[in-house]
Ligand binder design. Structure first.
Ligand SMILES: CC(C)(COP(=O)(O)OP(=O)(O)OC[C@H]1O[C@@H](n2cnc3c(N)ncnc32)[C@H](O)[C@@H]1OP(=O)(O)O)[C@@H](O)C(=O)NCCC(=O)NCCS
Length: 193
C-alpha cells in the first residue's frame, strides 16, 4: 500500500465522542449497549450476541486484529457518560485500488441524535486526509434508510445497487444500496483554498 500513511487505529475526538481502539473492559458495554439488542442487528449481517461471553470473544478478536497498522476499527465512546455506545470500522481494503469499505453500528438509545453523522464525518477525514485512501465505500441493506441518510449527510453519493445473502440469517437474499466518496470529492467538500 505504497504512499499510504498506515498508522492504524489512532485515538481522536469528535464534539461528543472519543474514538479509540478496543480494550477488554469494553465487552460488557458492547453486549449491553448494542450487540445484545435484536433491533440493532435487524439490518446487519450478524445475529445479536446471546450473552456476555459472545461479546467478550468478539472484543478479544478485535483487540488481536488491531495490532496491525492496516487495521482501522474504533470504539465510539460517548464523552458525556464515558461508555462505549458503538463502533465503526474498515471492513475490507482493496490495496490495488486504494479503496476501503466501512461499517458502523450504534446502540438504539442513541439513535437519531446525529451521533453517527458526526463520527462518520470524522472517520472519512481520517481515512482520506490522514491515511490517504482514494475512495471510501459503504453499503447498507436498502430497507435501512437511516444508514443511507447518514452516508448522504456525510457527502457520500449513491454509486450502485447490489444483493447480499445473509448467511447467518437463513440465507435470505437482500438488496443493498452502495454509497461512496472519492478523495477528490472529499477535498472539494471539505478543503477551501
Ligand atoms: C444507522 C445508524 C448508524 C444511524 O445512526 P444515528 O446516529 O442514529 O444517525 P444520525 O442521527 O446521524 O442520522 C440518522 C438520519 O436518518 C433518519 N432516519 C432515521 N430513521 C429513518 C427511517 N426509518 N427512514 C428514513 N430516515 C430515517 C433520521 O431522521 C436522520 O436524518 P436527519 O438528520 O435528516 O433527521 C443507527 O441507526 C444504527 O446503528 N443502526 C443499527 C446498525 C446499522 O444499521 N448500521 C448500519 C449498517 S449499514
Amino acid at each position: 500500500m505504497e504512499g499510504l500513511n498506515l498508522i492504524g487505529t489512532q485515538p481522536f475526538e469528535t464534539k461528543r465522542c472519543k474514538l479509540r481502539p478496543f480494550k477488554l473492559s469494553d465487552a460488557q458495554y458492547i453486549y449491553k449497549n448494542w450487540a445484545g439488542n435484536e433491533n440493532v442487528v435487524k439490518y446487519l449481517t450478524w445475529n445479536a450476541h446471546k450473552n456476555l461471553d459472545e461479546s467478550t470473544a468478539y472484543c478479544v478478536k478485535m483487540i488481536k486484529e488491531s495490532s496491525t497498522l492496516s487495521n482501522f476499527h474504533w470504539i465510539i465512546e460517548l464523552s458525556e457518560i464515558n461508555e462505549p455506545i458503538g463502533d465503526i470500522s474498515v471492513l475490507k481494503t482493496d490495496t490495488d485500488k486504494r479503496e476501503v469499505h466501512l461499517g458502523f453500528v450504534l446502540g438504539e438509545q442513541w439513535w437519531n441524535k446525529g451521533i453517527m453523522t458526526e463520527v462518520l464525518e470524522a472517520v472519512l477525514a481520517y481515512l482520506v486526509f490522514v491515511i490517504g485512501f482514494d475512495k471510501i465505500i459503504a453499503e447498507h441493506i436498502s430497507e435501512n434508510k437511516a444508514s443511507g441518510k447518514v452516508m448522504q449527510k456525510c457527502g457520500m453519493r449513491m454509486s450502485g445497487t447490489n444483493t447480499l445473502i445473509l448467511k447467518d440469517k437463513g440465507n435470505v437474499e437482500v438488496p443493498l444500496d452502495e454509497y461512496c466518496i472519492t478523495k477528490q470529492e472529499w477535498f472539494a467538500k471539505n478543503i477551501r483554498v
